[in-house]
Design a protein around this ligand. Structure first.
Ligand code: SAH
Length: 251
């Protein structure tokens, strides 16, 4: 017979410092074991205590971390997986469901999962840039590590068809530099759109940059940059990037 253990598994998003949700902080501080990538464990430190077990691994060890947390939860402990921003957006929430289901199939033992949402990078960046989203938006990751590039290309075309505001996650890395210029060239087909970029949003070394596609300096962009490309109605108002919703304000 299949059964769920008394343990719990929480997938918690750290948001961005003061933008973290109370549900997330409560789950973190009440966990018995906390698993995460080193940088996120460091960020979570204010909510952790010395009684908790910390399972921390480097980049690209996601399966190992999540599997460990699943096993701990099935064994009856309160396990918590931390990720940056929101756990369901390019985070660990889906992997937690997949691995918990695999574990249940193999052993008959399952666990209840709670996802604690927090603010995602696009929302944090939007708040810093002005009001660039304000209506329909596409969140698009330019990383082809888990999604084939030909699929990403189709999604870029779909953004153009819908004239969506587009938040670009994972725009570039040390080894991946081609995707962003390709994407901006495609978006240029709709016009010289306004672009906002935020590096290290809500962190100490936060930097903002607003330009148009033609002027945009790619050198600004690194792994911790979130880019928002406006739609054809997005413009600058008093130095802020704003997408009007369509209210008739000057009549
Ligand atoms: N789960 C996260 C996203 C992880 S994908 C979330 O919901 O925000 C990693 C990408 O998020 C980075 O490449 C970058 O585009 C964006 N990002 C993460 N932290 C950021 C920060 N402090 N400032 C700007 N962008 C950030």
């Amino acid at each position: 017979m299949q059964k769920n253990s008394n343990g719990t598994l929480a997938v918690v998003g750290l948001g961005f410092h003061e933008l973290m949700s109370p549900l997330a902080t409560n789950l973190l501080s009440s966990a018995d074991v906390v698993a995460g990538y080193k940088r996120y464990i460091d960020e979570a430190k204010p909510y952790l205590n010395e009684k908790q077990e910390i399972f921390q691994t480097g980049m690209r060890h996601e399966i190992e971390r999540v599997e460990y947390a699943v096993k701990q939860a099935v064994a009856g402990r309160r396990a918590c997986i931390v990720c940056g921003g929101d756990p369901s957006i390019y985070g660990m929430a889906s992997l937690a469901y997949e691995l918990a289901a695999t574990h249940k199939l193999a052993t008959g033992n399952g666990v209840e999962i709670t996802v604690a949402p927090s603010v995602t990078a696009a929302m944090a960046a939007s708040a810093r840039l002005g009001a660039p989203i304000s209506e329909d938006v596409v969140l698009l990751s330019l990383s082809d590590q888990l999604t084939p590039w030909n699929v990403i290309e189709k999604r870029i075309d779909a953004v153009n068809v819908g004239d969506f505001v587009c938040a670009l996650y994972n725009p570039a890395s040390l080894t991946r530099k081609e995707q962003l210029p390709y994407t901006l060239k495609k978006f240029r087909e709709r016009g010289n759109l306004v672009i906002g970029a935020v590096r290290n949003a809500f962190r100490d070394r936060e930097e903002l940059y607003i330009a148009t596609i033609d002027d945009f300096a790619l050198g600004f962009v690194d792994m911790l940059t979130l880019i928002i490309v406006g739609n054809t109605r997005t413009r600058l108002i008093d130095g802020k990037m704003v997408t009007p919703r369509g209210y008739k304000v000057n009549e």
